[in-house]
Structures are given as C-alpha cells and as structure tokens.
Design a protein around this ligand. Structure first.
Ligand code: SAH
Length: 257
C-alpha cells in the first residue's frame, strides 16, 4: 500500500491510524508537525478549518456538511506532490485522467442531498454515489448518511479508493466496482443518489432506485453542450427536475475499465 504523507509531510513517521481515538477522524494535533507547506505555519486541522470557513462564507449553511468537510482529511486522498494544494478550492488529478472535485462542489452537492424530502435531522439513510474516484466524497458522504454505496468503473481507482479509505475504517462506506449507470439495485431504495461524472441523460436505473422523497444530484449536459447540476426529486406526483448552476465534471462512461 502506498504510504500517504501527513500534512505537512513528516517523512520519518507514517501517517497511519496508529494511536487514533474512537473517531475515524480524530485530529492530527498529536502528531508532530515539523514543516509547513507554503510557509503557512499551520497544521492540517487549521488549514482545513480555514477551508471550512470559506465554504461557509461561500454559502454552505448546513452544519452537518461543514462538520463533514472539517472531519475528512482531503490531503490523504491526493498524491503526495499535491498535498500542499489539498485545501485549496480546486479540483486535482487523481490518475487515469480523473479528478477529485473541488471542496466547494463536494459541499454544495452534499448540501443539496440533505435537502431531500426524506432526509432526517440526523442526516440521510442509504446513499448511492456514482464515481468513487479517490474516495474523498464517499468519506464526506459517510459523515452525513447512514450507509454509502459507491461505484467506480475503473479498477485502478477503485483500488486506490480502497487504499485511501482503509485506515479511516469507515464501516458505513461500501466500495463497489462496476458500471454506475446501472446503479446498484441491491442497496435500493436510496434516500439520495449523487453522480461525480456528467452524462447526457439520467440513466433510468437511478430514478428507479431512488426512494419516494429521495433526491438525485448529478451533473448533466444541457442541449447547448454545457454542463449544469441537475436535481431530481421523487415525489408522489412524479419526478421533479431542477437545473442549477453550470459545472465541469469528467464524463460519465458506460462499462468498466
Ligand atoms: N467523487 C470522486 C470524484 C471522481 S471523478 C472523488 O472524490 O474523488 C468521477 C469518477 O467517476 C471517475 O473516477 C470516473 O472513473 C467515474 N465514472 C465515470 N463513469 C462512471 C460509471 N458509469 N460508473 C462508475 N464510475 C464512473
């Protein structure tokens, strides 16, 4: 397994789960910080809390989402060369031509999911994610949902996500290898479905597998070719669609690779 550096990197100590408390996301404060990236003089918790502050200033109002974003250490999901950029609001390459989404987009989509009519004050029930990538968003969703099923079509990324998530021991995040366009019927119905890849149409399986009162959030190509976030609510009266702001996601592809 590839060893992930701490944040900032301390090269003589593995940043493994050793010594962690009951919470899978106990702060890194007990680890010695020897050098700070970009001369910031901050450890990972401090940099993350600044990121969360910016998310709140940018309009994220859900404390559940803000807590989730501050709990998950994004720097553990990116390559060591990119660790210094882990808390900037930017998407980053994760290999095989794919990217980890910007924190503001992850937070925005999570907040939209929590707007599902069937969401409870304590969060969501079962959630399906299409496009595991490096596993970051799945870990965030794991903080606001009882169970997360996440599908990845590229074996290399599925394996990478497994390596990234293993030390966090998130028993409620289930990694699946397969074509997300088919959804995952075994876990249905879902309170929420989220896609991290943009297609040209919403696969029928996603709507079928959504619970009544459930919400789907996905990037989708509009007729002009531009991508926008699409929200679909499943109601007694049928599916209600809302098109939101423009976004830029990697393409949703069928089959596995
Ligand atoms: N949520 C991810 C973002 C990954 S980018 C993260 O936090 O890192 C989107 C991912 O969707 C890519 O890994 C891509 O391989 C995957 N993807 C695209 N089409 C897919 C499909 N049909 N089924 C499953 N995964 C798919």
């Amino acid at each position: 397994m590839q060893r992930r550096p701490g944040f900032p990197a301390r090269l003589d100590l593995p940043a493994g789960p050793a010594g962690r408390a009951a919470s899978p996301f106990s702060p890194v404060g007990s680890r010695t910080v020897v050098a700070a990236p970009l001369g910031l003089g901050l450890d990972s918790a401090a940099v993350r809390s600044r990121m969360v502050q910016k998310l709140a200033q940018g309009g994220i109002g859900s404390s559940g989402v803000l807590d989730a974003m501050s709990a998950v250490e994004r720097h553990r999901f990116v390559d060591s060369a990119l660790v210094n950029q882990a808390y900037e609001d930017t998407s980053l390459p994760i290999g095989l031509g794919q990217t980890i989404s910007k924190p503001s987009v992850v937070a925005r989509m999570a907040e939209l999911l929590l707007g599902a009519r069937c969401a409870q004050p304590q969060g969501l029930g079962r959630v399906l994610e299409i496009g595991t990538g490096c596993g970051y968003q799945a870990a965030v969703l794991g903080q606001i949902a009882r169970e997360v099923y996440t599908l990845e079509r590229l074996r290399g990324l599925h394996d990478k996500a497994r390596d990234n998530l293993r030390p966090l021991r998130l028993a409620n995040v289930h990694l699946l290898f397969g074509d997300g366009m088919l959804g995952y019927a075994q876990g249905a119905p879902y309170s929420a479905i989220i896609s991290a890849a943009g297609g040209h149409a919403v696969p029928a399986a996603w709507c079928d597998q959504l619970a009544m009162g459930g919400r789907l959030v996905a990037p989708m190509a509009l007729s002009g070719g531009q991508q926008a976030l699409l929200v679909i609510d499943k109601t007694e009266q049928g599916l209600k669609q809302t098109v939101l702001e423009p976004v830029h996601f990697v393409p949703l592809k069928s089959g596995v690779g």
